[in-house]
Write a protein that binds this ligand. Structure first.
Ligand code: GDP
Length: 457
């Protein structure tokens, strides 16, 4: 890391200010060559001055200087706050590069921060999550993990497991000494407690995933039941084509909608039905296939017509696949009471869920539908502000792997194996947990993680 890197840290658009960030041992040198001011640059001070190139003033700027190791990257860092024009920002960056810095790779500042021990890997990943967050909840979770909530938990789990390994080792290596020998029963109970603790964090991933990626929702139902109309209503604008000719939603239209704390990624699909129409068929096949990737299916029935054999077939398929779904009866404004009663009776007889009744036309029942969705995905027993929640697949996978090692350790005890064999699995679990915070990771994994960063971070 002997090079000095530079990049624009803000988005390139015409704005009040832009920031050019420079990190490395030559930062101060480089800036001093192009910066003219009355005051000298000192650590943790912001100095007003001018950027000069060949005696020509390019811009009036503010420059801050952070001396290693007290900076974001842990190296000497200078930040030039210039005016936020595209041209001037690029020109100052070019000048910095001409004077000895090299252009930073995406995420390179954060990678250096990690390599210099300013933050661990899970904190660095929280930085990306914070930048990419699409809801407040997501931001808060990322901020908490940036503060080190996940790191602290992982570290304390590791310490306890290391302590257990030490006790095992002492019992095995120095049985003649008067150490209190650890009983298999005590090991089992500790393992059980740790497995429970880790499982609880893993379980937050289901919700964490919804918070981060949104809930994938498909609106399904026969042609003309009002799928596009519902999508438009939820999205508040006319995106899908609404017509009264059956089968006009040819392709899958996608929409992202904020619903309280959660994001819905809604696809409106071509109606499912038997049809000879080729274009329709492609849509129908797609509809069935995307079911597999869905977190929620809204299955629409036209209340005016009642429920058909095909509706039952598809609803049963959804139910049998174990998918989360809501049956929605639309066009309640045109629905006769006797037909509604029949639908309700038939759904009940087939052990299908009670439907939510709406009329998109009259904008009725939509709030109930939204509440139902929120109830399903915005878990009440998860306290976003106080609980450790993970949103990152890598963390979930590593936690799962470590739980499995701890379970293997338990199996060895049950099989009556000597406790030093047990220790092998505890060690593996500890090492796996270490990968979350970057204690035992390869250069390969590190590069992959930081590649996802934006330039200048
Ligand atoms: P899709 O084929 O399932 O996407 O159905 P559309 O959303 O294109 O709707 C088909 C027709 O039904 C359009 O003329 C809509 O205006 C109409 N429609 C949708 N919802 C309602 C409703 O709740 N009541 C009534 N009366 N008409 C509706």
């Amino acid at each position: 890391m002997s090079t000095t890197i530079a990049a624009i840290g803000t988005a390139l658009s015409n704005s009040g200010i832009s920031i050019i960030r420079i990190s490395g041992k030559d930062s101060l040198n480089i800036v001093n060559k192009i910066f003219n001011s009355k005051a000298k640059l000192e650590p943790n001070h912001i100095i007003f001055g001018k950027i000069i190139n060949n005696n020509e003033v390019l811009d009036n700027v503010l420059v801050s200087y952070f001396k290693a190791p007290h900076s974001y990257t842990g190296e000497d860092v200078c930040e030039i706050n210039c005016h936020g024009g595209n041209e001037i920002t690029k020109e100052i960056l070019e000048l910095v590069l001409e004077n000895g810095a090299i252009l930073a790779q995406p995420g390179e500042f954060s990678k250096r921060a990690f390599l210099n021990g300013k933050m661990d890997l899970s904190q660095a990943e929280a930085v990306i999550n914070l930048i990419n967050a699409k809801t407040r909840t997501e931001s808060r979770i990322a901020a908490k993990n940036l503060e080190g909530d996940l790191s602290k938990k992982v570290r304390s789990l590791r310490e306890e497991l290391v302590e257990l390994m030490a006790q095992i080792e002492v019992s095995v290596d120095y049985p003649e000494y008067d150490y209190e020998e650890i009983e298999p029963k005590a090991i089992l109970s500790l393992l059980d407690r740790k497995i429970d603790e880790i499982d609880r964090i893993i379980n937050t991933y289901e919700h964490g995933k919804y918070i981060k990626n949104g809930v994938n929702v498909a609106i399904l139902g026969k042609p003309n039941v009002g799928k596009s109309s519902l999508l438009n209503n939820l999205a508040n604008y006319e995106k899908a084509i609404v017509t009264d000719i059956p089968g006009t939603t040819r392709d899958i239209v996608e929409e992202t909608i904020n619903l309280g704390n959660i994001i819905l990624n809604i696809s409106d699909t071509a109606g499912i039905r038997d049809t000879d129409d080729i274009i329709e068929k492609i849509g129908v096949e797609k509809s069935l296939k995307i079911l597999e990737e869905m977190d929620l299916v809204l299955y629409l029935i036209n209340g005016e017509d009642g429920i058909s054999k095909e509706d039952f077939e598809i609803l049963s398929k959804i139910e049998n696949k174990g998918l989360k779904y809501i049956t929605v009866i639309n066009k309640m404004d045109l629905t006769q009471k006797s037909i509604l009663d029949t639908i309700l009776k038939e759904l009940k007889q087939s052990n299908l869920k009670e439907p939510v009744c709406i009329s998109v036309e009259e904008n009725k029942g939509i709030d109930n539908l939204k509440k139902e969705i929120i109830k399903m995905f915005d878990s009440n027993d998860l306290d976003y502000s106080n609980e450790l929640i993970i949103t990152n697949e890598r963390h979930k996978d590593l936690l799962k792997k470590s739980v499995n090692y701890l379970k293997d350790a338990k199996t060895e005890i049950f099989n009556g194996q000597p406790i030093d064999i047990v220790s092998i699995y505890v060690k593996k679990a500890t090492k796996t947990l270490g990968e979350i915070i970057g204690a035992d990771v390869t250069e390969d994994i590190i590069s992959k993680i930081f590649e996802k960063f934006c330039l200048g971070k």
